[in-house]
Design a protein around this ligand. Structure first.
Ligand code: FAD
Ligand code: EPU
Length: 339
């Protein structure tokens, strides 16, 4: 029988370590429990928060609704010639899945090593790192539609993946709960070294013909050197997206700031490094009350201990204002704000 708890602290369920309570809390270990939960109309007419690992959210205050933690487990894998299909419960830990695949030489997700969080959340913002995005290995996902109590399978096209975007954050926001994700991997590794730092680190280690395990290890060590470990310093990774701007705005900006760090982002579009913009405004490594930005990566806002969600949110607003004042570029939050 599904248990609903009341007034549960979410501190251990969010990597920012914000001490906020959920009015109601349910843990789902099997997809059938979702139908059981929503058979009671009380839960249809209340604010809901779906929780995976809580590594991409900021709880600004107590959540006066029902938090639903997804803990559906299971990994099934099938090989067909060089193709590998892996079907994974939404509650599996993302990095455990990466390790499971790397250990078996199932190639495709090694560049996504060490990203925190659950498998079920991975399509929500189309997680990405070091030259690879989830969409590159995604086959489909199965999701529960809350309003109808039915399950639907989403293809890659259905998900409308973009940079840190999917249909689950836009037109279908809040309507579906992902219960499993199917991945398409390969037994023939296509090593992706697009991100210069990986190649350099492989050279430093004297590796000329890298395996996917080598790539996974190198990506993990680069990440550890730049990003704070949420088990010791609360954070949710990049707090903002890297802004994408058009040609005219970019040329004007580059004229004024020749060092502006940028990457081509399709026809006439440029992606700017938000970390650089924030650092140029003097925020890097700065402490403000119990919060601040990380000393090695200005794009990461941190909880130095005891920070409230409001404090972190207020710092993020100050950063947005100062970047806009200096560069005329409006940063958008990547982290989901729960208020
Ligand atoms: P949560 O924070 O629990 O949820 C995130 C959002 O998804 C919420 O809106 C939630 O309601 C919704 N959600 C969660 N599960 C489900 C589900 N089953 N069905 C429907 N909705 C759901 N992200 C990157 O893309 N690349 C990185 O390199 C990266 N590095 C990070 C480094 C650190 C140190 C940290 C702390 C975070 C980083 N992130 C990165 C962000 C984060 O790891 C990802 O966004 C991850 O996918 C979030 O997973 P989660 O299970 O913790 O999601
Ligand atoms: N930079 C600075 N100062 C800083 C930080 C960065 O000048 O404080 C400049 C440097 O020039 C650096 C460049 O920005 O070379 C890029 O920095 P980094 O390689 O750390 O990547 P990022 O663009 O800051 C993005 C993702 C990360 C992902 C990495 C690696 C976004 C919002 N963030 O960060 O994702 O891990 O690339 O691919 O796209 C996340 O989403 O939570 C996340 C951590």
């Amino acid at each position: 029988m599904l248990q609903i708890q009341e007034n549960v602290s979410l501190k251990k369920f969010n990597t920012f370590g914000i001490d906020a309570n959920a009015r109601y809390f349910a843990e789902i270990s099997h997809e059938d429990e979702l139908a059981e939960l929503f058979a009671d109309p009380q839960w249809l007419n209340i604010n809901r928060l779906v929780l995976g690992g809580g590594s991409n959210m900021l709880l600004v205050k107590d959540f006066e609704g029902l938090a639903i933690r997804i803990n559906i487990r299971g990994i099934e894998h099938r090989i067909s010639h060089d193709d590998v299909f892996v079907d994974v419960g939404a509650g599996e830990v993302w990095n455990d899945l990466v390790n499971f695949c790397v250990d078996r030489n199932y190639a495709g997700m090694e560049n996504l090593s060490l990203i925190p969080g659950s498998v079920g959340a991975s399509p929500i913002q189309n997680i990405g790192a070091y030259g690879v995005e989830l969409k590159d290995v995604f086959a489909s996902c199965r999701a529960f539609e809350i309003a109808t109590g039915t399950f639907r399978t989403f293809s890659k096209e259905d998900c409308k993946f973009g940079y840190r975007e999917s249909v689950f954050k836009t037109e279908l926001a809040g309507q579906y709960i992902i219960v499993s994700v199917k991945f398409h991997l390969s037994l023939r590794p296509a090593i992706n070294l697009k991100y210069g730092a990986i190649e350099q680190e492989l050279i430093n280690r004297g590796i000329t013909r890298p395996s996917i395990e080598d790539v996974s290890k190198v990506v993990s060590s680069i990440r550890v050197s730049k990003l704070p470990d949420p088990s010791t310093i609360g954070n949710a990774g990049s707090f903002f997206k890297n802004p994408v701007i058009g040609e005219v705005q970019f040329r004007l900006l580059q004229g004024q700031f020749p060092d502006v760090v940028n990457y081509p982002a399709g026809e006439g579009q440029y992606k700017l490094a938000a970390g650089w913009l924030i650092e140029q405004c003097g925020w890097k490594g700065k402490t403000v009350g119990n919060t601040g930005t990380w000393k090695n990566q200005a794009l990461v806002l941190v909880n130095h201990g005891g920070a409230t969600g409001e404090e972190v949110y207020s710092l993020s607003s100050q950063i947005i204002d100062s970047v806009y004042t200096k560069f005329g570029v409006m940063l958008q939050r990547e982290v989901n704000i729960i208020s």
